[in-house]
Ligand binder design. Sequence first.
Ligand code: HEC
Ligand code: HEC
Length: 198
Amino acid sequence: MKLKYLTVIVTAFIFLGAGDPNSGKDKVAVCAGCHGADGNSLVGIWPSLAGQNEKYLLKQLRLVKSGDRVIASMTGLLDNLDDSDLQDIAAFYQSNVNSIGVVDESKVDLGRKLYYAGNLEKGVPACSACHSPKGLGNAPAAYPLLSGQQPEYVAKALKDYRSGERINEEPSKIMAAIAYKLDDAEIDALSSFVHGLY
Ligand code: HEC
Ligand code: HEC
């Protein structure tokens, strides 16, 4: 009897991850104005967080809090949150469903080609290798979900990797090495493509 009870607790821990989405929900009132109540942003420069994997979100929240990733519009907002608050917030956003946008028809061919095949001549790898064929990312590896993401934000992120603005540790260096090889038209096509990808 006791053993059975223990097994239930241990199993719950393994499957739930570290954060508690319900307490996370109470901690994101101040975030909703930009990221949307459920994490689906309605404005291009503000990233959607809904459905994003917990591990990636937690990593970014820690980087923002420590100042390694500078986000001017979030200045001070994480100061009073401790690490377990950040875990709850990450769990809350992960538990929501990401909404999908529409791809600009004129950009879909180039976007699709780059996303699934990369560009051999320029040494650009296929995005699908890490971000998955449907743009879902890779949760255990903390590779972010891109499906439905706001195109303006995706373009800015790729340009920030390219310019070195968004460099902190190993994982960003992977993206910097890729974005360095992308021109503006390719970034534009990819940003539109992932917005409608699912
Ligand atoms: C005034 C608007 C604003 C508010 C309020 C705000 N954010 Fe942000 N947030 C942004 C912007 C803008 C970015 C993207 C910055 C960039 O371009 O790199 C961002 C990025 C993020 C990211 C990284 C997303 C990614 O895909 O890498 C996370 C996570 C995040 N915010 C969480 C929060 C949380 C949690 C709160 C509330 C405690 C919050 N934000 C409040 C504007 C805001
Ligand atoms: C080898 C694996 C790998 C490949 C290939 C790859 N990525 Fe990434 N990508 C990552 C990782 C890891 C991160 C998170 C980096 C960080 O922590 O800043 C990331 C982050 C991103 C982000 C930022 C997401 C956000 O929410 O801020 C965008 C946009 C992105 N990648 C687009 C692409 C595109 C487009 C391609 C194809 C041209 C691509 N990636 C290829 C691993 C990869």
